[in-house]
Design a protein around this ligand. Structure first.
Ligand SMILES: O=P(O)(O)OC[C@@H](O)[C@@H](O)c1c[nH]c2ccccc12
Length: 257
């Protein structure tokens, strides 16, 4: 599946026309997660569909979902911008960015510098980089380029070997362990548990995917995750706010300063 997605991305990159940059206020994902509203930081994801689950949300209104996440006390928002496999759109991100005052991360398959420029022009604060999509040195070049433009990166790994390879090259500020096996699509929180001890002290550790209950949050928090990235379970909730409330077991939101 990942290979198929990357073929599509390479085609898209050839035809890519950059959106015009519109000045927007920037917010730091790193800071938002470090000073989280709760004991675990929350990146709430705006996600209409996925290859494994099909359509997750029928009446999809990206801006309303993001506003609900903000009201519910999310620390940051992730927006899927891939059209073909996740039914996202880059315009969703640009529109959301104008409506809320939280860091917004672009969730896509970024393998080329041109896409980093595109991300910046969309108005994103941060973007995802996935270990294994490009050779590690190229990933580092994309990471450095993104930071030179004022964009932060969440660097995602799926397996211990990928994490070891990543750390042999550099230690990103924010590391995400994806609990989803990209080959089988199954999620397992043991991924987070098994990789936790390998995350360097200086990096923020985010557990991604397959988080559905407050017990799941406890589990990843117990092994040191500073944040979680949650999509499906929040998108399926009665409302984004109720979803967040259920997930955190009613843990109160810190007064915003
Ligand atoms: O919907 P979930 O299981 O809560 O997962 C969210 C997020 O982690 C997932 O959408 C994701 C993680 N890494 C990705 C890379 C590409 C696309 C999507 C993803």
């Amino acid at each position: 599946m990942l290979e198929k997605i990357l073929v599509t991305k390479r085609e898209e990159i050839e035809q890519l026309i950059l959106p015009e940059y519109v000045e927007v206020p920037q917010f730091s994902l790193y800071k938002a997660l470090s000073n989280s509203n709760r004991s675990t930081g929350l990146i709430a994801e705006v996600k209409k569909a996925s290859p494994s689950k099909g359509i997750i949300c029928e009446n999809f209104n990206p801006v309303e979902v993001a506003k609900g996440y903000e009201k519910g006390g999310a620390d940051a928002i992730s927006v899927l911008t891939d059209v073909t496999y996740f039914k996202g759109h880059r315009d969703y991100l640009s529109t959301i960015k104008k409506e809320i005052a939280l860091p917004v991360m672009r969730k896509d398959f970024i393998i080329h510098k041109k896409q980093v420029d595109e991300t910046r022009n969309m108005g994103a604060d941060a973007m995802l980089l996935i270990v294994g999509t490009v050779p590690i040195k190229e990933l580092k070049a994309l990471y450095d380029y993104a930071y030179s433009l004022g964009l932060e990166c969440l660097v995602e790994v799926h397996a211990k070997e990928e994490l070891v390879e990543l750390l042999s090259c550099f230690a990103p500020e924010i590391i995400g362990v994806n609990n989803r096996n990209l080959k089988t699509f199954e999620t397992s929180l043991t991924q987070t548990e098994e990789m936790a001890t390998l995350i360097p002290d200086g990096s923020l550790f985010v557990s991604e995917s397959g988080i559905h209950t407050s017990a799941d949050i406890e589990r990843v928090k117990n092994v040191g995750a500073a944040g979680v990235l949650v999509g499906e379970s929040l998108m399926r909730a009665e409302s984004p706010e109720k979803g967040i409330h259920a997930l955190f077991g009613g843990e109160s939101v810190a007064a915003s300063s």
